[in-house]
Design a binder for this molecule. Structure first.
Ligand SMILES: Nc1ncnc2c1ncn2[C@@H]1O[C@H](COP(=O)(O)OP(=O)(O)OP(=O)(O)O)[C@@H](O)[C@H]1O
Length: 203
């Protein structure tokens, strides 16, 4: 997917601008990092690109194979993972995965069991999410994101709470992604975005 930012700006409750007059053309297949100090607006920009937060000014255009994607269809093309994204804590792992793929299409038609194995969470199928460790939750969020068929993948601080094995798993998943999706990563940890050719620094 191509994402075109046209003079976008964001401020909350008419207070100071977090970013203003941003113009950028993100192209399909690119891996791009958004970096910057705490509070510089990385998460806000990522959520604005994902349609979760509305810009205070300017416009964002989304194009897939030259066709414009309407704002109300965007949801069907996006996969998003972040530490603040809520999982349904009362679900078991198997219920969570099955529920997610009732709404989203899975990449490679993987079964829930295959997917759980890909996230190396096998053996926890009947465990409630509320009893997962923070690293297990993060792997689940990333796994749901990586294995959803999406043309725009948005990752906010993707390796939060991951241990060494989790970092290695994350890199393997990134390498195995199809070439076409646009991947945008908000992070200040170089290891989370070292494979990105383009780095946009905010603030
Ligand atoms: N919902 C909100 N309402 C009001 N202000 C907000 C809201 N969300 C974020 N902000 C403010 O917007 C600014 C940018 O926050 P944001 O979380 O986008 O920064 P960040 O670069 O991702 O920070 P960090 O590196 O700490 O995660 C901060 O001053 C923050 O307090």
């Amino acid at each position: 997917m191509d994402v075109i930012l046209q003079n976008i700006g964001k401020r909350y409750a008419n207070k100071e601008w977090i970013f203003k007059d941003l113009n950028y053309h993100f192209c399909s297949g690119e891996r791009i990092a958004l970096t910057g100090n705490n509070g510089s607006g990385k998460s806000t920009l990522l959520k604005t690109i994902g349609g979760m937060v509305l810009p205070s000014k300017g416009e964002i255009a989304y194009k897939l194979d030259e066709n414009t994607i309407a704002a109300d269809q965007l949801l069907h093309h996006i996969a998003f993972a972040s530490p603040y994204l809520e999982l349904i804590e009362d679900f078991t792992l198997l219920e969570m995965v099955t529920f997610h793929f009732k709404f989203k299409k899975s990449r490679n038609q993987l079964s829930s069991e295959d997917l759980i194995q890909k996230m190396y969470l096998e053996g926890n199928e009947n465990k409630h999410i509320k009893n997962f460790s923070s690293g297990m939750k993060q792997r689940l969020k990333l796994g749901l994101c990586f294995y959803t068929e999406a043309s725009l993948i948005l990752l906010d601080e993707p390796c939060s709470n991951l241990d060494r094995r989790g970092y290695d798993w994350y890199h393997e998943q990134i390498e195995n992604l199809p070439k076409a999706p646009l991947v945008i990563i908000a992070s200040n940890q170089e290891e989370e975005y070292q494979f990105c050719k383009e780095i946009i620094r905010l603030g």
